[in-house]
Design a protein. Structure first.
Length: 212
């Protein structure tokens, strides 16, 4: 059982290290709770496990959908994170956090790969919730979403982090893939970080305007 008191403990020295704000974590929990048991919850970009904990807690609140976290972890090759100890040590920190919150293989799977690589090898159920917090260029976001598009359910929800940061191109990348037929781009939700509205933030887009 996922330990809700551990996942939800937001005290500075107790919460999992990460860069996802509490408001976004709470929203991810709600989205994961709505995913039916026969569908999957997939996060692209997991870092040290903060968002994974909230997704797992949401799945537990709801219908028990399995959660998969995809991240290269110490195999990152970009110029920034492959030299940063925060990233090069993130796999061990991720595992430690998942153990601390009580996650087991029955609820969670970790896949060491890029988003595109994981999509090419995906053999699991259709995805009811896809959470993107991987590379934030418009091209990378679009490529990741295109790769996962065939695996999304008919009522899937896609959530993307860092959507309110003008230094990122998350919204532009998402619009390339989710701005056409079959997606309720006009009804998208953009949820800013209350403390700094021009940083972080969550974009939510639903397939055909229907909830997962």
């Amino acid at each position: 059982m996922i330990r809700a008191t551990v996942v939800g403990d937001w005290r500075r020295k107790h919460r999992a290290e990460g860069m996802v704000e509490r408001g976004a974590c709470v929203q991810l929990r709600e989205l994961a709770a709505a995913v039916p048991a026969g569908l999957a919850v997939v996060e692209l970009g997991a870092f040290r496990g903060r968002s994974a904990g909230w997704l797992l807690l949401g799945a537990q609140d709801g219908h028990g959908a399995h959660v998969t976290s995809v991240d290269p972890w110490e195999s990152r090759t970009d110029d920034y994170s492959c030299h940063s100890p925060r990233y090069t040590n993130s796999w061990d920190a991720f595992q430690d956090h998942l153990r601390r919150i009580g996650a087991t293989p029955a609820e969670h799977t970790a896949v060491k790969a890029t988003a595109v690589q994981a999509a090419e090898e995906w053999s699991g159920p259709q995805v009811g919730l896809l959470y993107h917090d991987a590379e934030h260029t418009a091209d990378a976001v679009a490529q990741d979403l295109e790769a996962w598009l065939p695996h999304l359910s008919s009522a899937a929800v896609v959530a993307l982090h860092d959507a309110c940061d003008p230094r990122m191109d998350v919204v532009a990348g998402a619009e390339r893939v989710l701005g056409g037929d079959g997606w309720d781009w006009a009804g998208r939700e953009l949820l800013p970080w209350r403390r700094r509205p021009n940083r972080l933030g969550l974009l939510i887009v639903r397939r055909n305007g229907r909830p997962a």
